[in-house]
Design a protein around this ligand. Structure first.
Ligand code: FAD
Ligand code: NAD
Length: 479
């Protein structure tokens, strides 16, 4: 007889483990099935995010940023340290230690919340029957009142750049280089390309990013994207737009990449290539023909606003469903679904999912961009404030970037907040809170911000919507 649960979660990434823990907290008899094996062949929770995504990339971004600060900027603030050297294997070991601690932490959280764990593969059949295949091949039949699919995503591969063991790699391979490639090619100047390109550029690689689109960072506000392009160029990253990769050829330990751009056909030789052209939903061997779950034309599991699939009692959350492929979006969906199963009525506010690119300067935004509002014919006012005018930024010797607040012309309600600058990833939380509460630019202007902080830039940008900023020349007529 099949073992029965109130809830079975398939996938233990951020979306799945949040769903499982919240369901267990709400008193539901919950199991989670996760198939991930780490480098050592041990089962690991946390999915892409903890194992090969958010956390390891941030560990390397932080280490490489500190290295650049010490190498290039300490003497500007009166710290003399002589010559310094990056110990890449030590950085990788530290990154792995952080990953190990966090993935074990998630296993501990699941256990302490009373979630039953199954380590191996799940396949969903009709009527919420789940076939579990353990890593040793043992099969077990399970069943549940509710199933939550959280099987995530995997990197997109493109025919001109077939992956190899160590020369042409995806993001996972790029998080594990043990030495600095002299010349690094990155296919795709999106979020992963910019973050991982930054890591290796800071550690000494000559980095060339080949981006198929003509525009740089189209999802970001284009004023911010322009500033970002300027900063990355200053750092030595060579972003080539409108560059379509047509092929790769490996000769010895080098890769020749062929691509076409506005000037015609070109080739360039690299020591390593990172392919970072997006991710796709992962549902391989997950659904039996009669599961009742359907996919959309792009391979995402089809769900409604509450993450319910076409099969009764079966939900799907995280990267495997529509919406931005971000850990925090999946976490909120996981919690929403668990609470709805328990009879609560929460919703996810998809209009206010913050986006962050953890380069230096960091780029963060929430809400609408100026170009989107313009093309929708909306009437809006813009306030901005340069990081260079912030006392705290000056004291920190880190003045690149700006704040931008966009508000509705008539109601003054904040429609979008965009930041490029140090700690933008932290400051954006203030913007999300303000917008969740429907703040106007005036509300932000009337709020007291501690001095001296970088957040004051958000205050000044909000004040500047109506021409009241104190620390910049106001071009607008004061209201
Ligand atoms: P995943 O994390 O992909 O987890 C899915 C899990 O399901 C996996 O563990 C998989 O083994 C398991 N699984 C799949 N099929 C089965 C099956 N049949 N049976 C059992 N288990 C199964 N997002 C951010 O918000 N911030 C960042 O800074 C950030 N940085 C990133 C950096 C990199 C290099 C990458 C690659 C991604 C990054 N992301 C970031 C994206 C983030 O990792 C994903 O959005 C997030 O992990 C999605 O969570 P998920 O739970 O939906 O899926
Ligand atoms: P992306 O969509 O951000 O960028 C991919 C880029 O590759 C795009 O600019 C696209 O135009 C370009 N591209 C596509 N095909 C190409 C080709 N053949 N040649 C050249 N360029 C090509 O995707 P990504 O950087 O791979 O990241 C995947 C997802 O992972 C992101 O969308 C994001 O959701 C998530 N992620 C988030 C973070 C974060 O939150 N900080 C960090 C890393 C990854």
């Amino acid at each position: 007889m099949a073992t029965s649960y109130d809830v079975i979660v398939i996938g233990g990434g951020p979306a799945g483990y949040h769903a499982a823990i919240r369901a267990a907290q709400l008193g539901l008899n919950t199991a989670i099935i996760e198939k991930w094996l780490n480098e050592a062949g041990e089962p690991a929770y946390g999915g892409t995010c903890l194992n090969v995504g958010c956390i390891p990339s941030k560990a390397l971004l932080e280490a490489s940023h500190k290295f650049v600060e010490a190498r290039d900027h300490f003497d500007e603030i009166g710290i003399k340290i002589g010559s310094i050297k990056a110990d890449v294997p030590a950085m990788i070991r530290k990154k792995e230690e952080v990953v190990g601690n966090l993935t074990k932490g998630v296993a501990g959280l699941l256990k302490s919340n009373g979630v039953t764990t199954y380590e191996g593969k799940a396949r969903l059949g009709a009527g919420r029957e789940v076939t579990f295949t353990a890593h040793d091949g043992k099969i077990e039949d399970l069943t549940a009142e509710h199933v939550i699919i959280a099987t995530g995503s995997v990197p997109v591969e493109i025919p001109p750049c077939p992956l190899t063991d160590d020369l042409i790699v995806d993001s996972t391979g790029a998080l594990a280089f043990t030495s600095v490639p002299q010349k690094l090619g990155v296919i795709g100047a999106g979020i992963i390309g910019l973050e991982l390109g930054s890591v290796w550029s800071r550690l000494g690689s000559e980095v060339v990013l080949l981006e198929a689109l003509e525009d740089f960072l189209p999802p970001a506000d284009q004023q911010i994207a322009k500033e970002a392009a300027k900063q990355f160029k200053k750092q030595g990253m060579d972003v080539r737009l409108g560059a379509r990769v047509t092929g790769t050829e490996i000769k010895g330990k080098k890769v020749t990449v062929s691509y076409t751009d506005a000037e015609g056909e070109k080739t360039e030789v690299f020591d390593k290539i990172i392919v970072a052209v997006g991710r796709r939903p992962y549902t391989e061997e997950l659904l039996s023909g009669d599961s009742g779950v359907t996919l959309d034309e792009r391979g995402f599991i089809y769900v409604n606003d509450y993450c319910l699939t076409d099969a009764p009692g079966v939900y799907a959350v995280g990267d495997v469903v529509r919406g931005p492929m971000l850990a925090h979006k999946g976490m909120e969906e996981g919690v929403m679904v668990a609470e709805r199963i328990a009879g609560h009525q929460p919703v996810v506010n998809y209009d206010l999912v913050p986006s962050v690119i953890y380069t230096h300067p960091e780029i963060a935004w929430v809400g609408q961009t100026e170009q989107a509002l313009k093309s929708a014919g909306e009437k809006y006012e813009v306030g901005s404030f340069p990081m260079a005018a912030s006392g705290r930024a000056m004291a920190s010797n880190d003045t690149a970037g700006l704040f931008k607040v966009i508000a509705d012309s008539e109601t003054d309600r904040v429609l979008g907040i965009h930041i490029i600058g140090a700690h933008a990833s932290e400051i954006i939380a203030e913007a999300v809170i303000a917008m969740e509460f429907g703040a106007s630019a005036e509300d932000l202007g009337l709020t007291m911000f501690a001095h001296p902080t970088l957040s004051e830039g958000l205050h000044e940008a909000a004040l500047s919507v109506s021409g009241h900023a104190i620390h910049v020349a106001n071009r607008k007529k004061k209201k």
